[in-house]
Ligand binder design. Structure first.
Ligand SMILES: Cc1ncc(COP(=O)(O)O)c(C=O)c1O
Length: 387
C-alpha cells in the first residue's frame, strides 16, 4: 500500500543530508546516511493536507486550536497510554530549542546537568554553551547493547546537580528503556530532587517486541518534575516544518518555561507545522506501522549481510529509532582513519561515533531510514572497500 522502495532524489531541495555533503564532508560523491531524517515521503494524508492548505493562499499568523491539541493528546493516549491535559501542552519549534529553553528557564549558570553518553550531540552543546557544567554518566556496554549506570548516576549528584537530560528512546544506541529501568532512574531523581527533560522525539519509532514508556507517566512525582518533548518530525519525516510540543504538567515549571519563551519572542508554530502535526497524528498510523515493518527489514538485512560478509563489523542490537550503532573497533583504526575510510573508500557519509562523546570511539552511526536498494549499495561498497 505504501512504497518505501521508491527512490526519491532529495538533492536540490534545501535538505541538509544531501545538499550539505560537499560542505560537511568535502565531497558530493557519497551516499548520505548521516542526519537523522528519512528518505521516505511523508504519509499521503500529510502531503494532501499541506497541498490543500497551500492552495488556500494566505499564510498569516497562526493559533493552535483544539484540533491541534486533540490530535496530539489522542495519539499519546492511544499509542502510549499517557493521559495528557491540554493545559500541560506548550508548543516549541524543536526539541533542541526546548532543551535550551529549559536550561535557561529552570537552571542557573554553574549548575550541573547530567547526560548519559554516547548521546545526541546537542545534549553536550546545550549544557556547555549556556554556561552550565556538563556531567557525563556513561552508559555501560554489555552484550551488543547498553545499560544505564544507576550507581554512578547517583554518585555524580551533589548540591549543584539540578537536571538530567534523558534520551528516551536513546539515540544513537537504539535502546527503548524499559519501565523498570526508568522507574529506577526516576526514583533517584525524586529522591535527589533532579529536574528531568525527557527527550521522547523517537518514541513512535519502536520496533516489534518493545514498548515505549513515557517517563512522566510513571508517577505523579515524576510528572511534577519532568518536561517531556514530543514531535512528529522523525516518525513522519516532517522535521523541516518545525512543529514540536513540550508537555509540562507542573504549573510552576510551565510558567517559567513559557515566560522564558515569551521573553525571547518565540510564539506559535508555522502554519504548515500545525497542519502537518494534525495530519500525522490523526491519519498517519497505518503508514507508521508499514514504515516500522520496512525498517525492521532493513535492519535484518544489514545484520545478516554483516554476519555473512563482514563479521569484523558489528551492528548493535536495535529496539527503536532508525539509527544503527555500528561497532567498527575490530578494524583497529583510529577514529580519524575510520572516518576517512567511510567517506573516501566506502563513499558513504555517516556520523562519527565520537560526535556522541568519547565513549563512541570506534563506532559510526548509520541512518537506516532509506530504501533497501541504498542499504544494499552501502553494504556492497563497504565490502568492496574492505577487500
Ligand atoms: C534525541 C534527539 N533529540 C532531538 C533531535 C532534534 O530535534 P529538533 O530537530 O526538534 O530540534 C534529534 C534529531 O536527531 C534527536 O535524535
Amino acid at each position: 500500500m505504501y512504497n518505501f522502495d521508491e527512490h526519491i532524489d532529495r538533492r536540490g531541495t534545501y535538505c541538509v543530508k544531501w545538499d550539505a555533503l560537499e560542505e560537511r564532508y568535502g565531497t558530493e560523491d557519497a551516499l548520505a546516511m548521516w542526519v537523522a531524517d528519512s528518505d521516505f515521503k511523508s504519509p499521503p494524508a500529510v502531503v494532501d493536507r499541506l497541498v490543500k492548505r497551500a492552495q488556500h493562499g494566505i499564510f498569516g499568523y497562526t493559533a493552535c486550536t483544539d484540533e491541534f491539541y486533540d490530535a496530539f493528546i489522542h495519539w499519546m493516549q492511544r499509542r502510549h497510554n499517557f493521559d495528557i491535559q491540554k493545559e500541560w501542552v506548550t508548543t516549541t519549534p524543536g526539541i533542541v530549542a526546548a532543551i535550551n529553553f529549559t536550561i535557561h528557564a529552570l537552571t542557573e549558570p554553574g549548575d550541573k546537568i547530567i547526560i548519559q553518553s554516547p548521546v545526541y550531540p546537542p545534549f553536550f552543546n546545550s549544557v556547555k554553551t549556556n554556561g552550565r557544567i556538563l556531567v557525563e554518566n556513561p552508559l555501560i556496554e554489555k552484550d551488543n547493547t547498553y545499560e544505564m549506570d544507576f550507581d554512578n548516576f547517583e554518585k555524580n549528584i551533589d548540591d549543584k546537580t539540578k537536571m538530567l537530560i534523558l534520551c528516551n528512546p536513546h539515540n544513537p544506541i537504539g535502546r527503548v528503556w524499559t519501565k523498570e529501568e526508568l522507574t529506577r532512574l526516576g526514583d533517584i531523581c525524586v529522591e535527589k530532587d533532579i529536574l528531568v527533560l525527557s527527550d521522547e522525539i523517537h518514541s513512535d519509532l519502536i520496533l516489534k517486541g518493545y514498548k515505549h514508556t513515557p517517563f512522566a507517566s510513571l508517577s505523579k512525582a515524576l510528572q511534577d518534575r519532568t518536561i517531556s518533548c514530543y514531535a512528529p518530525s522523525k516518525t513522519f519525516n516532517v522535521a523541516g516544518l518545525s512543529a514540536s510540543v513540550a508537555v509540562i504538567p507542573n504549573p510552576e515549571i510551565r510558567e517559567k518555561f513559557i515566560n522564558f519563551t515569551d521573553s525571547i519572542g518565540v510564539h506559535s508554530l508555522t502554519v504548515f507545522g500545525i497542519e502537518a502535526l494534525i495530519a500525522c497524528y490523526e491519519e498517519g498510523e497505518d503508514w507508521l506501522e508499514a514504515q516500522l515493518d520496512y525498517l525492521q527489514g532493513n535492519i535484518d538485512y544489514v545484520n545478516s549481510y554483516l554476519k555473512d560478509n563482514l563479521p569484523e563489523i558489528k551492528a548493535f542490537h536495535m529496539e527503536g529509532t532508525y539509527l544503527l550503532w555500528l561497532d567498527c573497533r575490530q578494524l583497529n583504526l583510529s577514529q580519524e582513519a575510520l572516518e576517512r575510510f567511510f567517506i573516501n573508500d566506502v563513499k558513504v557519509a555517516l556520523n562519527s561515533g565520537t560526535a556522541f562523546g568519547t565513549t563512541g570511539t570506534g563506532f559510526m552511526r548509520v541512518n537506516m531510514a532509506t530504501n533497501r536498494k541504498r542499504i544494499e549499495q552501502f553494504l556492497n561498497q563497504l565490502k568492496t572497500a574492505k577487500l
